[in-house]
Design a protein around this ligand. Structure first.
Ligand code: ATP
Ligand code: MG
Length: 1054
């Protein structure tokens, strides 16, 4: 895009001037998205001082299930009260090692950022998670731990540590969490957990600090609340055997300490399942069976203690009425039953070195019993934390390089609490929050200021409320509320909660953040009870009732009960109650002082680390998903100091980024910085913002970062980038497509050329080898031809083979088709003999196969034809005409022969009959006769009369002319008297008739073929002559010379 173009669009977006529809649309879509889901960092809110805008942004995001939003580097989290799909392994991977601002706000971003600072800068880190009860602090802590467990490097040993870190949670929650009205799994203690990482970044150890367990819950619960989970878990999940050993019944209703809140069962909690989880977790964190048994004995003993009842004797002194419970307690706690019983109803005071034992009245006894229950449970809880710490401890000996371990702390501590009735606990909790707020302000302001200084930008003082004044009110020596409380607890005489209040009024009456009924003006007074005092915390007013303050602060446990516990055989109890406590003259520290000291230690710990913040907000009191209770949220926004936080963050500049990152993101908006800027990033950004037309007051250039004062400047830049991205995307797409197709084309071209050249090569080689072969063959041929007549030798063997081969192949193709086919390929001289042999073989073969196919009738026909051929071939002119005509068995059927003749012939079979013409011997008159060939004789028949019989034996010969006529003469033995002489006959089938006759009479060799004339005998020595001549047509007549003259037609074949 042209430089002028971008600038114009940029300005267009800044001032929403009219422009092309496309641009407006893009701009609007970006803006509506921002409208819909809000901004992901509150510092980008234009109206950053408006609480309404702040809450509106939270609301928009909450509706879209975007529960996380930043204020700079602080994460604000709204409890969704439903499972969102944002904690999967894939999500963890998405945040791993990625810069904070590249991905949408998430717990994992904070976790990863801290972890990376820890690794890169080797600086201890802490993540402070705060918010009111039910806001999601504990869940956040667990999710962060899970994140580290999944994403940090691991080894076998590390795996165990990871397991223990994760498994410490269910155990601590079982003993330290309870269902309250606000949260079904409310942490009733503060927790600070250090995770130690080795130089490779693997978690190798951990340590937990616990703060102020709400012990009062052990003996009393408000309506709708429960005691600590472990009691219900044990009763619900404990095996029968275990419960029997502990003397417990499955029903929680049996125990006074469990029924005060009247809700032993909660639908959202499965005590049975949780029990299993806890049992498993206990073994992971190194509890052996004895320890588990001792621990559960203590849990059971608290329940039994709750059921210990008293009755007053005549003097009004308390007596134990529930012996059974004492028995169980004695067994479970490993103490003498009687000693315990006495300790429960007496109090020992040491005055002036003397022990004074006095009985307790009913009220005192109940107090003592409850105090014991609280003490047992409270100390066991601390023991449990220590035990977990031992299992999490980073074993120096096992892990060399301990020195290099860095620590990441997670603080999950109770948030600011305001109830209808607020007591000592709320006082401590809210004091804790004041301290944390102070730390927060100090650290954020400090870091903000440090950043400005390091960037060389003038520091502009920020107006914010410093709550140090409230912290002082609570903790100051001599003048602070805790000091006064302690003083009241320690002073001799009748100190009561009310005297404490009076003392307070006296000491801090002028403090602007302190108020009591007495000190208040008329109007406010109504809202304050006489036993109450009000503190104006940074987060709002809280009215505390002093009732119970002294007791709770004293945390008194009568000496004789302590003593009894010191003698306990239960190892845990024995551990928790040390003998030194009895002998120590110094009074133990009060609860408030202990708390104050532990907080001050905590502040030290936190100050030494680089903090990150997660501010948890609870969207409604009903634990309902999707409900955004604005009043409740506004309240939390206020007391979490989020607006303050935002103001501090926005005091100077809304947005800051390292030059490299800023340039990288926006360089495409300026042709001079796009696509790469060669110079320093600082200069590049300067060129870029000048190009974008940033005004002087809108930004400042620090040493390593650019600071942008107003979000709108950034948004305009973002929107311009959005448009630019689209045109860039199109360009990149087009370029990419071009590149892609060109690559594809080049690839295909290359492939085609390769294939072509390969193919050409192959073809060329084939052609060359063919040519070579051809030359070789021709040469061999020529040589072979030259040497063809030599005996077989290397010079001619190919040629000869070829000749032989081609002759044989040719022969194979041109073999004679039948016996008559005389064709035969001409053999080369060298194969002449072979050819002859083959020809014979072939002929034999053909003949053989022909013969095999011949039928008997055909054989007979052929025999006759052969005989005919032998007799007449080349001798008689009309023989050729007879060749194609088949001989017929007989020319006359039996029906054509007179029956009389047949009768006369009797059993002589007639082999052949033919009509003939007989020429008389004398006049040569032609007469129609039938010639019959029988077995032994020839019969000449006229109608019914056999005119002549010629036995074959008497037939001496047959004469016939060589011409085409059909006359023939049967010569008969002269001596045969019966004969009248030779017979002259004519048959239309002369060849057939003569052949059959000659064959029947076996006179084949007696057939004469005469050239000119035939002589024949006409009885008694007389002779007749037939003269044959050829002429144009057949003529048979008696000539003048008395001969029979036959003119036979000339045939063409002759
Ligand atoms: N990120 C989350 N996703 C889904 N549900 C959540 C989330 N955070 C909290 N919750 C729900 O809110 C309940 C209360 O959360 P959690 O116990 O963490 O509150 P808390 O701030 O630790 O309260 P307390 O101060 O009482 O200990 C959880 O039991 C869970 O049901
Ligand atoms: Mg919690």
């Amino acid at each position: 895009m042209e430089r002028r173009d971008v600038a114009a669009k940029f300005h267009f977006l800044r001032f929403k001037a009219a422009g092309s529809d496309g641009i407006r649309l893009t701009m609007e879509s970006a803006l509506t998205a921002r409208d819909r889901v809000g901004v992901q960092d509150f510092v980008l809110l234009e109206n950053f001082t408006s609480e309404a805008t702040f809450i509106e942004n939270l609301r928009k995001r909450f509706k879209e299930n975007l529960i996380y939003t930043y204020i700079g580097s602080v994460l604000v989290s709204v409890n969704p009260y439903k499972d969102l799909e944002i904690y999967s392994k894939q999500h963890m991977e998405r945040y791993r090692g990625v810069s904070f601002y590249e991905v949408s706000p998430h717990l994992y971003a904070i976790a990863d950022n801290s972890y990376r600072s820890l690794r890169i800068e080797r600086k201890d880190q802490c993540i402070l998670i705060s918010g009111e009860s039910g806001a999601g602090k504990t869940e956040a802590t667990k999710k962060i731990l899970q994140y580290y467990a999944v994403t940090c490097p691991a080894s076998d040993q590390v795996e165990t540590v990871k397991d223990r870190l994760l498994q410490s949670n269910p155990v601590l929650e079982a003993f330290g969490n309870a269902k309250t009205l606000r949260n079904d799994n409310s942490s009733r203690f503060g927790k600070y957990m250090d995770v130690q990482f080795d130089y490779k970044g693997a978690p190798v150890g951990g340590h937990i600090l616990n703060y102020l367990l709400e012990k009062s819950r052990v003996v009393h619960q408000n309506h709708g609340e429960r005691n600590f989970h472990i009691f219900y878990q044990l009763l619900e999940g404990g095996e029968d055997d275990l419960l029997r050993r502990l003397g417990l019944e499955k029903n929680p209703q049996q125990y006074h300490y469990l029924v005060k809140g009247q809700c032993a069962r909660v639908s959202s909690i499965s005590d049975k399942n949780d029990w299993k989880v806890v049992r498993r977790a206990l073994s992971v964190i190194n509890f052996n069976d004895n320890e588990v048994e001792d621990l559960l004995s203590i849990v059971a003993s608290v329940l039994h203690l709750g059921n210990v009842q008293f009755a007053a004797d005549e003097q009004g002194n308390a007596q134990v009425t529930t012996e059974n419970q004492i028995k169980y307690l004695a067994r479970l706690l490993g103490v003498e039953g009687s000693v315990l019983r006495e300790a429960l109803i007496h109090k020992t005071i040491i005055a002036k070195g003397e022990e004074l034992v006095s009985p307790l009245n009913l009220e005192q006894a109940a107090y003592a019993r409850d105090a014991l229950a609280k003490a047992i449970y409270g100390r066991t809880f601390s023991w449990l934390v220590n035990k977990i710490n031992k299992s999490l401890a980073y074993k120096e000996a096992e892990c060399p390089g301990w020195r290099s371990a860095t620590v990441l702390g997670l603080l999950d501590i109770y948030g600011f609490e305001v109830f209808q009735h607020n007591s000592f606990e709320q006082f401590c909790i809210n004091y804790c929050n004041e301290k944390l707020q102070q730390l927060f302000i100090e650290l954020t302001l400090k870091s903000e200021q440090e950043e400005y200084e390091s960037e060389g930008i003038a520091w502009e003082p920020v107006q914010y409320f410093n709550n140090k004044i409230i912290c002082d009110l609570v903790e100051e020596k001599f003048k602070g509320i805790i000091s006064i409380l302690d003083e009241e607890c320690l002073r001799p005489g009748d100190a009561t909660d009310m005297t404490f209040l009076e003392k307070l009024e006296e000491t801090v009456k002028n403090h602007p953040h302190f108020l009591t009924h007495k000190l208040a003006d008329q109007k406010t007074r109504k809202s304050l009870g006489r036993e109450e005092f009000r503190l104006l915390h940074y987060a709002g007013e809280v009215t505390y009732s002093v009732t119970g303050f002294l007791d709770k602060n004293n945390d008194l446990l009568f000496r004789n009960l302590k003593e009894t516990m010191c003698n306990s055989e239960n190892t845990i109890i024995n551990h928790c109650f040390e003998r030194t406590e009895l002998t120590d003259k110094k009074r133990p520290e009060t609860a408030a002082t202990q708390f104050k000291n532990s907080l001050s230690k905590l502040m030290e710990i936190l100050m030494s680390k680089e903090p990150s913040y997660i501010r948890c907000i609870k969207p409604n009191d009903a634990k309902q998903a999707g409900r955004f209770d604005e009043v409740l949220i506004r309240h939390q926004v206020k007391y979490l100091g989020l607006m303050e936080n935002l103001r501090v963050r926005r005091a100077g500049f809304a947005y800051r980024r390292k030059y490299e990152i800023f340039l990288q993101r926006y360089k495409s908006l300026c042709s001079e910085t796009w696509p790469t800027w060669e110079g320093r990033p600082h200069d590049g950004v300067a060129v870029l913002v000048k190009h974008l037309g940033y005004k002087q007051e809108e930004y400042k250039m620090g040493r390593t970062k650019i600071f942008i004062r107003f979000p709108k400047t950034l948004f305009a830049t973002e929107d311009a980038l959005e448009i630019r991205k689209q045109s860039l995307a199109t360009k990149i797409q087009a370029t990419w497509r071009g590149f892609y197709w060109r690559q594809k084309f080049l690839h295909m071209k290359h492939s085609a050329i390769t294939i072509q050249s390969w193919w050409r090569g192959t073809q060329g080689r084939r052609k060359a080898s063919k040519k070579k072969w051809a030359v070789e063959t021709i040469r061999r041929f020529i040589k072979g031809f030259i040497y063809r007549n030599y005996p077989r030798c290397s010079e001619n063997e190919y040629f000869l083979d070829y000749i032989r081969y081609s002759f044989l192949m040719n022969l194979k193709r041109n073999l004679p088709k039948n016996v008559l086919d005389k064709s035969w390929p001409t053999p080369p001289p060298s194969l002449y003999e072979v050819s002859q042999l083959l020809r014979q073989l072939c002929m034999q073969n053909m003949v053989w196969s022909y013969c095999k196919r011949i039928s008997p009738e055909w054989k007979q026909q052929l025999d006759q034809k052969v005989v005919a051929s032998e007799m007449f071939k080349g001798k008689k002119d009309n023989y050729p005409q007879s060749v194609p005509r088949l001989f017929i068995n007989t020319r006359l059927g039996t029906e054509e022969i007179n029956p009389k003749v047949l009768q006369v012939l009797g059993n002589e079979t007639i082999k052949y009959a033919v009509p003939v013409v007989k020429y008389d011997r004398k006049g040569y008159k032609a007469r129609v006769r039938q010639l019959l060939l029988a077995q032994n004789a020839i019969f000449i028949v006229e109608e019914a009369k056999i005119k002549q019989r010629i036995d074959y034996a008497n037939l001496t010969g047959i004469s016939v002319s060589s011409l085409s006529d059909s006359l023939f003469v049967l010569h008969v033995r002269f001596e045969d008297n019966k004969q009248k002489g030779d017979v002259v006959l004519q048959s239309d089938h002369v060849i057939e008739t003569l052949t059959k006759t000659a064959m029947s009479a076996d006179k084949i060799n007696n057939v004469n073929i005469s050239q000119g004339s035939i002589k024949f005998t006409i009885g008694q020595g007389k002779e007749g002559i037939i003269d044959f001549t050829s002429g144009s047509e057949l003529l048979i007549a008696k000539a003048k010379n008395g001969h029979l003259a036959v003119v036979a037609p000339r045939l063409n074949s002759r």
